[in-house]
Structures are given as structure tokens and as C-alpha cells.
Design a binder for this molecule. Structure first.
Ligand code: IPM
Ligand code: MG
Length: 342
């Protein structure tokens, strides 16, 4: 039976990287794709970034594939205006996709593309496990004429489930990142992570790092890390930083998973790149790699996932470089190079 995938192309370069991804997927399996308007495009069409109908369709699908949302057209500081990002946050929260996995593994072909020195990044293979439905992103927001506040809150249950995700994903070590010297949520985070560790995963090594120190070690000693477990906003910031280890944020895929009763959401870590939208220049590789994560984590098609990842790796080894990697290949050329190796 065909796998039923909701596609959310969104804004900016979104449609340009979604189209070749569907082409790639059609070459390796039976899929039924259903596109829904999302993000800024949905604000223009329906006045909201995520319609109830789209959320319901996502809930019924086998997986959700998302490209990117946002752009200057919808940028506003007006607290009452709809924002494209609300679509993304609404989808994550609506499906309770609390576990965001962002693997960071620089490919040998791209060692020279990273702003970090080769000896520093060589052999890095880490996973950022970011809590995705709690913390400051979803706490109460207040805005008056003279002040504003965002509440950061975590429950024990929220910390326990994401800690389990990280311990299960780790090969040998979990580095839990917090700001326990300042934040109460971080002190609870640290305590709960230690309890889950002692009770359920005593054979995995556990260390705690303060987030500022973790940010430094990520670029000074990236090989130090196996699995990084952290809360929503720290994970957002650290994963962009970690992306540069791979040479470009245009290389980083992500998977957002719930408790197993809901479909996963798969999207590149990068944004909608409005500056290059419509020019055929976007690097589609993070989107292809996100499709690979969908095959592996969302559809149980591990062999197909590995085939896509190897094709991307071979294309890069063969010299493929998009502009973000210092080359000239456009989206079509990059797609062709990957398809040739699939
Ligand atoms: C990400 C993005 C989103 C986030 C934005 C677009 C809301 O930066 O997925 O990392 O902050 O989670
Ligand atoms: Mg981000």
C-alpha cells in the first residue's frame, strides 16, 4: 500500500526543494503525496498559518514532510498579526511532536567546506535531541505598552520522555545541556535526567554541561559529543551552531517525533532563504536527507533511507557543490547528481 504523505512546501525556497524531493521519493517507493498550504502561503490564502483542516490531514497521514516557512513579507512586531512560524509551532504542538532529532555528521567530502579546521571536525558524529513542545516557546506570553515576558516552564513528565528518547538514541554517552546555575527549569531538568538515568539507563554515561560551555565545546571539540540532550530554545541555538560543523546549514535534516501514535514531521533545519528564492539556487540536500529520516523513522524503510544518504554522499564525493558550499551547482544540477547515484 502506498504511504500517505502530507507535503507542506511553505514559503521562499520551500516549493523549489520540495519538488525534487518528491521526484527522488517516487524513484524509490510507492507514495501518495497531498500538498497543503502552510506558513505564509496559508496566511495569504486563509488568514492563518495552519488551518484546522491541514492539521487534521497531517494527523491522519503516515508522515509529514515540510520544507520551510517565513519571509520578510510576513515579518512583523505586531503581537496580533499572524506569523508563518505559528504554523510550524502549531503543528509540532498539535501533534505533540516533543522529540526533535538533529544528526550532525560532517561528510569527508565536505571537511574543507566547514569554517572549522578539518582536524577539529574530522570524525564528528553527534545527535542533538531537542525538546520541542515545551519551555519558553510555549509558555504564557505577555505584552503591554511598557513590558513583555515569556514564561519558561517544564513538567517532570515532559523532561522524562525526552530524556528517554536521548538515552535510547545514544551509543554510549548523553550530554545533558542546561543552565542549572541560573534557571529553576534547568535545575528540575538536571534532577529528572539524573533520575531517569539511574533508574532506566545506568549503562549509558551521563554528563551535564552548562549551555554556554556547551556552545564553546561544540566548536572547540565537537568529537567530544555523542548525544546532546537539551530543552527547546537551547536546542534551537545549538543546532544552528552545530550545523556549521557540516559546512552549511543547507546540509542539516531533522525529524520530529511523538509517542508513536502520531505521524512524524520531517524538515530541514534551515529556513526559507527568501534572499535566493525563485532563482533555482537552493541546496536541496538537507531536504533530501530529511526525506531519508522520514523513510527511516517515519515509515520503517531503513534500506531506502540509507540509499538516499549514500546517494547524497556519493554526489558530494563526486564534486557536487551548491553555492552555500562554495560551488555553483543549482537545485536542478544538485538533484540530477543525487539521482544519478541512487
Ligand atoms: C527551527 C526553527 C524554528 C524554531 C522557527 C522557524 C520557529 O528555527 O526549527 O530550528 O525556532 O524552532
Ligand atoms: Mg532554529
Amino acid at each position: 500500500m502506498a504511504h500517505r504523505i502530507i507535503t507542506l512546501s511553505g514559503d521562499g525556497i520551500g516549493p523549489e526543494i520540495m519538488a525534487p524531493t518528491l521526484e527522488l521519493l517516487r524513484g524509490i517507493g510507492e507514495f501518495e503525496f497531498e500538498e497543503h498550504s502552510f506558513g505564509g502561503a496559508a496566511i495569504d490564502a486563509y488568514g492563518t498559518a495552519l488551518t484546522d483542516e491541514t492539521l487534521a490531514a497531517c494527523r491522519e497521514a503516515d508522515a509529514v514532510l515540510l520544507a520551510a516557512v517565513g519571509g520578510p513579507r510576513w515579518d512583523t512586531t505586531d503581537p496580533n498579526a499572524p506569523r508563518p512560524e505559528q504554523g510550524l509551532l502549531g503543528l509540532r504542538k498539535g501533534l505533540e511532536l516533543y522529540a526533535n532529532l538533529r544528526p550532525v555528521r560532517p561528510l569527508p567530502a565536505l571537511y574543507e567546506a566547514s569554517p572549522l579546521r578539518r582536524e577539529r571536525i574530522e570524525g564528528t558524529d553527534l545527535l542533538v535531541v531537542r525538546e520541542l513542545t515545551g519551555g519558553i516557546y510555549f509558555g504564557e506570553k505577555i505584552r503591554t505598552e511598557t513590558m513583555a515576558s515569556d514564561v519558561c516552564a517544564y513538567t517532570v513528565t515532559e523532561i522524562e520522555r525526552i530524556a528517554r528518547t536521548a538515552f535510547k538514541a545514544a551509543r554510549s554517552k548523553v550530554t545533558s545541556v542546561d543552565k542549572a546555575n541560573v534557571l529553576e527549569t534547568s535545575r528540575l531538568w538536571r534532577q529528572v535526567v539524573m533520575e531517569v538515568h539511574g533508574r532506566e539507563f545506568p549503562n549509558i554515561e551521563l554528563e551535564h554541561l552548562l549551555v554556554d560551555n556547551a556552545a564553546m565545546q561544540l566548536v572547540s571539540a565537537p568529537r567530544h559529543f555523542d548525544t546532546i540532550l537539551t530543552e527547546n530554545m537551547f536546542g534551537d541555538i545549538l543546532s544552528d551552531e552545530a550545523a556549521m560543523i557540516t559546512g552549511s546549514i543547507g546540509m542539516l535534516p531533522s525529524a520530529s517525533l511523538g509517542d508513536g501514535s502520531v505521524p512524524g514531521l520531517f524538515e530541514p533545519v534551515h529556513g526559507s532563504a527568501p534572499d535566493i528564492a525563485g532563482q533555482g539556487l537552493a541546496n536541496p540536500l538537507a531536504m533530501f536527507l530529511s526525506a531519508a529520516l522520514m523513510l527511516r523513522h517515519g515509515l520503517d524503510l531503513a534500506d531506502e533511507a540509507s540509499a538516499v544518504e549514500s546517494a547524497v554522499e556519493s554526489a558530494l564525493a563526486g564534486g557536487l557543490r551548491t553555492p552555500d558550499l562554495g560551488g555553483k551547482a543549482g537545485t536542478a544540477e544538485a538533484t540530477q547528481a543525487v539521482l544519478e547515484h541512487l
